[in-house]
Ligand binder design. Structure first.
Ligand SMILES: [Fe+2]
Ligand SMILES: [Fe+2]
Length: 191
């Protein structure tokens, strides 16, 4: 499938109703299949957004892109599977769109394509990461404890302990974004 540039409008058929109330089954037969086309462009949008994280460091020793690449690279070099590595790569993609609730952005993008465990890990990594610093900024570092009964508590705790909270080393040599582009395209292409 060819990729659309941002300014191009799809030449696929369109409907002409003014409200959903007046739409018909025929209209939805035109619209429904085009969701797949929109999804087919997601990978390129995600890659662009990841690249834009290069321009923000937020005071951290490495840029938000380097932190993401380093998290993914550490997971990959530790033998994690592709799906886990993709989650590690994208876990902070929402940092510059929604700093206060950024885990929800990545979790939303990944949800249709990853396991329940990986979705939980991405969605809640903020509270688990908080264990390492929230006491320094006036928050409860034990906030993650509300998830103690979750079957994914230790799984998420491990993600932060091994890969997320360790991925701020300016001397670490991470894989470049290009290394992960095929994985992004493969998983986010859609079904
Ligand atoms: Fe995060
Ligand atoms: Fe992170």
């Amino acid at each position: 499938m060819t990729e659309l540039a941002d300014h191009e409008v799809s030449d696929q058929p369109r409907t002409s109703f003014k409200t959903f109330e007046e739409s018909t089954a025929e209209d939805w037969a035109i619209i429904a299949p085009q969701l797949r086309i929109t999804q087919s462009h997601v990978a390129e949008r995600v890659i662009d957004l990841m690249r834009s994280l290069e321009s923000d460091h937020g005071g951290f020793p490495v840029t938000r892109l380097e932190h993401s690449l380093q998290t993914a690279t550490r997971a990959e070099r530790d033998g994690r599977d592709d799906e886990y590595v993709l989650c590690a790569l994208l876990h902070d993609i929402g940092d510059t769109l929604s700093p206060y609730s950024h885990p929800d952005i990545a979790a939303g993008i990944l949800k249709p394509f990853v396991s329940e465990a990986n979705h939980f890990m991405v969605k809640h990594h903020g509270e688990f990461q908080g264990y390492y610093f929230w006491d320094y900024i006036g928050l409860d570092k034990h906030a993650r404890d509300v998830h103690r009964d979750s079957p994914y508590f230790e799984y998420t705790e491990e993600f932060c302990a091994k890969y997320d909270q360790t991925a701020f080393d300016a001397d670490y040599v991470s894989n470049p974004l290009e290394h992960y582009e095929p994985l992004i395209r493969d998983v986010l292409r859609g079904r």
